[in-house]
Design a protein around this ligand. Sequence first.
Ligand SMILES: Cc1ncc(COP(=O)(O)O)c(C=O)c1O
Length: 403
Amino acid sequence: MKYNPKVNEEIAKMFARVHPYSPQDSTQGILELMVQLEGFLAEITGMDGVSLQPAAGAHGELTGMLMIKACLQHRGEKRTNVLVPDTAHGTNPSSLSMASFQAVGIQSNEEGIIGPEQVAQKMNEDVAAIMVTNPNTLGLFEEHLKKIAEIVHGKGGFVYCDGANLNALMGVVKLGDLGVDLVHINLHKTFSTPHGGGGPGAGPIAVKKELSPFLPIPVIEKNGKTYRLNEERPLSIGKIRAFYGNFGVLARAYAYILSMGAEGLRRATEMAVLNANYLMKGLRGYYDLPYDRPCMHECVFTDKLQERFHVSTLDIAKRLIDYGFYPPTIYFPLVVKGALMIEPTESESKEGLDRFIQTMIAISEETKENPDLLRQAPQKVKTRRLDEVLAARKPKLRWKPQT
Ligand SMILES: Cc1ncc(COP(=O)(O)O)c(C=O)c1O
């Protein structure tokens, strides 16, 4: 579990009674908080302009793609394609196609990242942008991003970075320094709002100067000592959301950044990366590691070594429940078969990591000695294996007393 301090929840709650239609002269503090948060995010990513409006990561992606489209139109260019590596997050190709671009796939190399040669081969004047997830979905840093950005810029394209996993970079790498022109950030991951569970999120988009005029309206501006919402921005892509964003999530992120400070943010990144590498090393040899090289905040194993005992990734995940662990992400990313993606996060202690490693090793032993135990798992909980197809087709969303 990531570090999501309760006090940030309390701070977010302080604003819960403010109505979004409140007059601007009574919400100056809120506008100031938002402007300061924009500044923090610009600093962390190495960008010039930020919009806090997108309600989620995928919404940030769509906003970014619409901005690229608007900028190209302004330049008088018609480019139709966007390059997407096979290690990109699944929302990337969806978002670009919602903005009426065509996805052109790029295959990652044997190291699990994209090489400049692959990009150079596909880059031409029809390409509007490349959309790179960094770290990619294999948990690997895209080492050649700077060179790739030069190739894309050389032919007039933009570099979009999916920065949802900024908890692997913040305080250490500024994506703007690597040639990125636009990046979205999942505040509901790195900045103190829990990820998942269906709650609201926020996917602010940060952009370089050239793209700033296309940011969604309203933009918060400061005139003397007064903040105001400016809707008169002729090049803007327009509104992408009612009001100004999910303010509660923004307030949490603001409190988190201020309480951590620059040093704290860097330390969180270092701990997230260290923990994932510690875990990867501890499980190496027991589980197949398709890309055996230093990872960022998460590491990806597969069930290849367990396959001959007819034990699958799903069985391993279910068995972890018997040991009291919440199972990690499974069958994602799609580029590796039977993936088991583990993100220990920055807040896991060494004792916690050791306990998890020992458990996974015990499960790998059980696979050989008693594979049925895994196939029947979980056994120690009230609800055994669910019929997932039935659960998806006929979801029971309300608890009813048994009659
Ligand atoms: C790398 C990456 N990109 C995009 C997204 C999409 O974010 P959201 O679920 O907020 O739309 C996620 C979500 O986990 C992600 O991990």
